[in-house]
Design a protein around this ligand. Structure first.
Ligand code: SF4
Length: 413
C-alpha cells in the first residue's frame, strides 16, 4: 500500500488552510463591514473630544471602546470566506465573537454555527468542500484535529494575542510546569488555551481559577496541603483530566484569559507567588506571563479615565456573554449606577432600563430616575471589544430621544 510521506502530509494540511485575504476581496469586504457596523454619529462625537452636549443632556464616551483589532480581523475574514466561497457550505465553531448583532449578520450569509462545547454528529458530516471558520477565541486542539481529519478547508481567525497565551502555556507544559489559568473555565478562549496547556504529548496539566477565593483555596493547599478529594470536587471541570493537586502544584505558572480584569490577574499572580515562596523558601517553582491583551487593557484604562468625570450614570453596551465587557461593568459599578445593556432597546422609557445583572446572571428590569431628571444629566458610555459602533450610535440616539431631543438634532450637532 502506498504510504504518505510527512512532507506530503504537511502539504495537504497547508492546502486546507485557506487564505481568503486577497486584496480585491478585502477591499469589498471592508466596505461591507463598514456599512454594517460603522457609525457617523460615534465618529463625530469622537472627533469632538468624545463628548456631546445638547440642551440639558451630555454624553461622554470612553476614549477607547468597541471593536478591537482581533475582532475586526475575525469579522473581515468571516465575510471574506463567503465572498471567496459563494457556493460552499460554511461553518463556524461557536460564535465568531460575543455579539448577537454580528452573529445575526453571519447567519444571514448562511454561515452556520457548530456547537463549541462538545462535538456532535454535525462534525461527522463535514467534508472536503466545506469551509470551517475558527473564531477569534480559537478552538480546542481536539476540534482543530477533527476539522482537519474531515479534510475541511479552514479559515483561522484566532487572534494573535490569544496565540501568544498558547505559546506560554505550551512552554509551561514542555518544562513540566502546571498552568494556573485565570479565566472562565466555560469560556471558548479558556477552553482553547487549556487544551494547549496539555502540551504536544498531552501530558501537561492545568487548573482554571476564576475568583480570588479560588486562588486563596489553591494557595492554602499549595503551601500547607489539604483534603485532596475536596480540592478535586471544588475544581471539577476546571482541571486537566488526571489532575492531582498533591503532584501537579509542584511547579506552577500563571497565565490568563486575555480579557480578564488586569488588577485581579495581577493580584492572583502575587498570591500564587507568595504561596510558592512560603512553601519552598524561594520562587524558582513559580513562573508568570501577563497575557492580558493590549485592547482589553486600553478599554479598561480608558474607562478609569472616563470615571474621573462627573457623571450620573454609566451605560456599558455589549453582548451579555462577553468577558471583557462584563469586566468594564464591574469597574463602573464600583463608582456609579451602571447598566449593562445589549442594545438601545434596553432603554425602555425615562424610568425603566432592561439590563444584565452580573450577580444574578440574568437580564432584569430596573427603575432609574436619571433620564427623567429635569435639570442637567450626564451619561457615560463605553462598550466591550466585541461591540460594533452602530449599536453605540443607537444607544446615543435613544438617550437623547428619551430626553426629548430628536435624532436629526443629534446628527446635526
Ligand atoms: S479582546 Fe484582545 S485577545 Fe480578544 S480578539 Fe480582541 S485583541 Fe484579540
Amino acid at each position: 500500500m502506498p504510504t504518505v510521506s510527512s512532507n506530503q502530509k504537511k502539504d495537504r494540511k497547508k492546502k486546507r488552510r485557506v487564505n481568503v485575504r486577497t486584496p480585491e476581496v478585502m477591499e469589498r469586504v471592508q466596505a461591507e463591514v463598514a456599512d454594517h457596523y460603522r457609525s457617523s454619529v460615534v465618529e463625530k462625537v469622537r472627533a469632538a473630544g468624545s463628548s456631546l452636549t445638547i440642551d440639558h443632556t451630555t454624553i461622554h464616551l470612553a476614549k477607547q471602546f468597541g471593536f478591537c483589532y482581533g475582532v475586526e480581523r475575525a469579522i473581515d475574514l468571516a465575510y471574506a470566506s463567503r465572498r471567496v466561497f459563494p457556493e460552499n457550505r460554511i461553518f463556524l465553531i461557536g460564535e465568531i465573537i460575543h455579539n448577537p448583532e454580528v452573529n445575526r449578520q453571519l447567519e444571514q450569509m448562511s454561515i452556520v454555527s457548530l456547537p463549541w462545547r462538545e462535538m456532535d454528529e454535525q462534525y461527522e458530516d463535514l467534508g472536503e468542500d466545506d469551509v470551517v471558520i475558527v473564531p477569534a477565541f480559537g478552538a480546542p486542539v481536539s476540534f482543530m484535529d477533527k476539522v482537519e481529519a474531515q479534510g475541511c478547508m479552514t479559515v483561522d481567525t484566532t487572534c494573535g494575542d490569544v496565540m501568544k497565551v498558547w505559546k506560554r502555556v505550551r512552554g509551561f507544559a514542555r518544562d513540566g510546569v502546571t498552568s494556573i489559568i485565570h479565566g472562565k473555565a466555560d469560556h471558548e478562549e479558556t477552553r482553547a488555551t487549556a487544551s494547549r496547556a496539555m502540551g504536544q504529548d498531552g501530558k501537561g496539566h492545568y487548573l482554571v481559577v476564576l475568583t480570588l477565593d479560588d486562588v486563596d483555596y489553591v494557595c492554602r493547599y499549595l503551601a500547607d496541603g489539604g483534603d485532596r478529594e475536596a480540592f478535586l470536587e471544588r475544581f471539577a471541570g476546571c482541571t486537566s483530566e488526571d489532575f492531582d493537586p498533591d503532584r501537579d502544584l509542584e511547579q506552577v505558572g500563571v497565565a490568563n484569559q486575555t480579557t480578564m480584569l488586569k488588577s485581579e490577574t495581577e493580584e492572583i499572580q502575587r498570591r500564587v507567588q507568595a504561596a510558592v515562596e512560603k512553601r519552598d523558601g524561594h520562587s524558582d517553582n513559580f513562573s508568570v506571563f501577563d497575557t492580558i491583551c493590549g485592547a482589553t487593557q486600553e478599554r479598561q484604562d480608558a474607562l478609569f479615565e472616563l470615571l474621573k468625570r462627573d457623571m450620573d450614570l454609566l451605560l456599558v453596551v455589549g453582548g451579555y456573554n462577553s468577558s471583557n465587557t462584563s469586566h468594564l461593568v464591574e469597574i463602573g459599578e464600583k463608582e456609579l449606577p451602571t447598566f449593562f445593556i445589549r442594545s438601545a432597546e434596553c432603554l425602555i422609557s425615562l424610568e425603566e432600563i432592561v439590563h444584565y445583572d452580573l450577580e444574578q446572571n440574568q437580564e432584569v428590569n430596573s427603575s432609574s430616575n436619571v433620564f427623567a431628571t429635569e435639570g442637567d444629566v450626564t451619561i457615560g458610555i463605553t462598550a466591550g471589544a466585541s461591540c460594533p459602533s452602530n449599536l453605540i450610535e443607537d444607544a446615543i440616539l435613544k438617550i437623547f430621544e428619551l430626553r426629548g431631543i430628536p435624532a436629526e438634532k443629534v446628527r446635526a450637532a
